[in-house]
Design a protein around this ligand. Sequence first.
Ligand SMILES: Nc1ncnc2c1ncn2[C@@H]1O[C@H](COP(=O)(O)OP(=O)(O)OP(=O)(O)O)[C@@H](O)[C@H]1O
Ligand SMILES: [Mg+2]
Length: 324
Amino acid sequence: MSTSTAQEPIDGATTRVSGGEIVCEDLVRIYAADGIEVQALQGLNLHVEAGDLVAIVGASGSGKSTLLTILSGLDTPTAGRASVAGVDLLTLGGKRRVAYQRHTVGFVWQQTSRNLLPYLNALENVALPMALAGQSAKAIDERADALLEMLGVSHCRDRRPGAMSGGEQQRTAIAVAVANSPQVLLADEPTGELDEATSAEVLEMMRTVNAETGVTVLIVTHDPTVSEHVRRTVQIRDGRTSTEVLRRRETDEHGAELHVAEEFAVLDKVGRMQLPQDFVSALELKDRVRLTLEEDHAGVWRDGRHGKPGPGGDEPTDQQEEER
Ligand SMILES: Nc1ncnc2c1ncn2[C@@H]1O[C@H](COP(=O)(O)OP(=O)(O)OP(=O)(O)O)[C@@H](O)[C@H]1O
Ligand SMILES: [Mg+2]
């Protein structure tokens, strides 16, 4: 079944930005609370291609929700560039913001109660965004039923959220979020209130929706098992994207399917990257490091001011030596 309908970004006057379905460049968000500035995003870079399914992971307070709130059009960044489906989020105002939230993006939040109206049944909840968008009653009924079926919650059609399990509510919430065929589906901890088995089901449903409708999906999560459900996992550290894990399937010489995962550090436009914390601790790196350009790699060396001289600094440690 395919439920996607090609949709133009909301209106002709919208500034179009090219370079990916979700593009964040040097994104900064500073909150000022009680005279103290909190830099929630500190120059974050992220590119997501159309149709991709990506997870964002990171410690509490690393800026994940801040990023999603900006991408959903509920908050505006302090500086940098952010665009979704060609819509520039820095210049989005008034009516265009409402249209953006109604048609271009869909969201699923962690709190099951925030996603569905308690006094409407599942079918009515899914129908509501389509009715607000002015679709015909017949089209709404057909699509709402098809979406509930795709998400495996047809049996909840006539039930209100109070009579559904947490997993059923979140699956219905996904149906609501994609009702108006958004180009991008954003989910902030959609499995945060669910047990492990139900979380896995909901993440699988995210994958189904991505595969069936082609919607680009960005999921923020603490769930360590998320990486089994997505091709790309991006880690945020201190308001910046730091590392990525890409997964691909390969077939070995006996024909067996292997899942290969590779970790990469994110390199920004001007060449900045974050060293993983375990490298920094293991090599006791601090303040500054020496860099050497080798034929096929770069070396990172502890500043040798207090140590024995190596190539311009310390003797190489075992880990550094292995890299060579
Ligand atoms: N409205 C706000 N006012 C002031 N500071 C804020 C506000 N919202 C978030 N912050 C701060 O910004 C930083 C990033 O918060 P954010 O909610 O994006 O983190 P998170 O990665 O989603 O964390 P969690 O995993 O706990 O949900 C934190 O230091 C937080 O305290
Ligand atoms: Mg959060």
